[in-house]
Write a protein that binds this ligand. Structure first.
Ligand code: NAI
Length: 489
């Protein structure tokens, strides 16, 4: 027996939670092998727990097979396309017009996904995690029924069950998904042709990424968003900067509009929205949020409740109403982000082991949207901070003044920091960091640390940022928030 496993067992015993341990083959059965589920499995196995993952498809879940990874792969193809298209500006002459080969693009995407899937499968095998292929349903008494595609059935019992079945796409009345004209992210990620005209319904994370992708590749794109602005959850300056960039690309952005339905025609379909407006397009991408995937996971007689929106109800420790049953990832009402699933997986294993675990501060998780320009943020927006009663000090450094951004030719956007005002000229606690612009998702890291360590600009202002880099923008804002600016006031 591994030392780690003995430690784990001692800790479980210490919590008095091991009543059935000797009788069960497994310590933890995890239903769903997406980011939340596989993180719980890998971390749990590292702690010496005996883990089974029940997965009906492939480990990796939506993120690896139908979400984050393939989407970013396609967005990278769009980025290469932009570079080639603009190469002449850098004195790099490419003879003839560039041409998009969607089949080659899909091949590369599939290769990247397959490599990562192989790596993950190897990791799971290497940690001696048992993977059961089939659909898992929770039964009373911490048991899970597994039904294979072919009909075979077995029941697993464990000390703990973790539900991690993720989320699925959804649509709105009037837009029935047919997979051809009316599509979701699932279909877009496997497209083998480029539609000339696209309406994107929903200007959230997925909507903005796909609007950007299609527009960069030359399609005529219209975004239809019900709320007053794109990425309604992020800081208004960031959302406005993104909208300006989108409009410069030629994306038509309609906000504050409800989509009423569509009428197919030989030209594609006519989407009606707002006050009698319409647009004729070849394809409609529906990106109005995802719903928790709980359809087959809860069996008769289990004491696991769903909330009004269909999410599995959990307490602050991600525990359901049933003793020893936990829920993590997109099936609980926390940000639907792979990395939130990861941390929830780790958190639940710590709870199972009876270890101390700081609660996850969902208001301070990092967000990243991989549109062009990218968006990344953490902590409170300026509006949220003011609404929460803070007196704030705000500074922005536009990328237009950043040398590296000029070199890259990517000057749209800014770094914006919201900090608590203080009695001195230097700001207090850093409350939010918001970035729109080149490599924003990679640049967020120090901002994430600043917000989560409750640092002040003084803590950061003396640290050196290499020159010329995009990261100088964050450093500039920090210096400025001490009350003495360098390049910005
Ligand atoms: P979302 O919740 O981010 O955005 C959906 C948008 O659709 C909202 O702005 C909403 O106001 C709008 N909407 C809803 N009904 C509408 C209607 N009838 N007409 C027009 N607009 C309407 O959901 P999204 O973009 O589908 O993403 C799903 C989940 O996946 C989100 O939780 C998101 O955070 C996550 N995700 C994260 C990514 C990232 O971090 N890079 C990338 C993709 C998804």
């Amino acid at each position: 027996m591994m030392a780690g496993r003995q430690d784990a067992i001692r800790q479980i015993d210490g919590q008095g939670q091991d009543a059935q341990r000797q009788g069960n083959e497994m310590d933890v059965v995890i239903v769903g092998g997406g980011p939340a589920g596989y993180a719980a499995a890998l971390y749990g196995a590292s702690c010496g727990l005996r883990i089974t993952v029940v997965e009906r498809d492939k480990v990796g879940g939506t993120c690896l097979h139908r979400g984050c990874v393939p989407a970013k792969e396609l967005l990278e193809a769009a980025s290469v396309w932009r570079s080639v298209k603009n190469a002449g500006e850098f004195g790099v002459m490419v003879d003839g017009a560039p041409r998009m080969d969607m089949a080659a693009m899909q091949l590369r995407k599939t290769a990247v996904v397959d490599q990562l899937h192989k790596g993950l499968s190897g990791l799971i095998k290497g940690r001696h995690i048992n993977v059961e292929r089939g659909t898992g349903t929770l039964l009373p008494g911490r048991r899970v029924r597994v039904v294979e595609d072919g009909g075979g059935e077995r029941v697993l019992a464990a000390d703990h069950v973790v539900l991690a079945t993720g989320s699925v796409t959804r649509s709105i009345p009037g837009l029935d998904i047919d997979g051809k004209i009316i599509v979701t992210s699932d279909e877009v990620l496997s497209l083998d042709y480029l539609p000339r005209t696209v309406a994107v319904v929903g200007g959230g994370a997925i909507g903005c990424e796909f609007a950007s992708f299609f527009s960069d590749l030359g399609a005529d794109v219209t975004v239809l968003e019900a709320l007053p602005r794109l990425l309604a959850g992020c800081d208004e300056d960031i959302s406005n900067a993104l909208t300006r960039s989108f409009k410069r690309k030629g994306i038509k952005v309609h906000t504050g509009v409800q989509v009423r339905g569509h009428e197919p025609s030989s030209a594609g379909t006519t989407v009606s929205f707002g006050d009698g407006e319409s647009v004729v397009v070849e394809m409609v991408v529906v990106a109005v949020g995802r719903r928790p995937s709980t359809d087959s996971v809860l069996g008769e007689g289990v004491d696991v409740k769903l909330d009004g929106r269909g999410f599995v109800a959990v307490n602050g420790q991600l525990q359901t109403g049933e003793t020893g049953v936990w829920a993590i990832g997109d099936i609980v009402d926390t940000p639907q982000l792979a990395h939130v699933g990861f941390v929830e997986g780790i958190q639940v294993i710590k709870h199972i082991l009876g270890e101390p675990a700081l609660p996850i501060d969902y208001g301070k998780v990092p967000w990243g949207i991989y549109s062009h320009p990218e968006v990344a943020f953490t902590g409170m927006s300026e509006e949220q901070a003011r609404d929460a009663g803070y007196e704030v000090m705000v500074r922005k450094d536009p990328f237009g003044g950043n040398s590296r951004a000029r070199v890259l030719g990517e000057t749209d956007g800014m770094v914006k920091v919201v900090a608590e005002a203080s009695a001195s000229s230097s700001a207090g606690r850093i409350l939010g960091v918001h970035i729109v612009g080149p490599w924003a998702t990679e640049l967020l890291s120090p901002g994430y640390l600043a917000v989560n360590w409750e640092a002040t600009p003084d803590d950061f202002a003396g640290l050196i940022q290499p020159h010329p880099t995009l990261s100088e923008a964050f450093g500039e804002v920090m210096i400025s928030l001490t009350g003495r600016g360098l390049h910005i006031g």
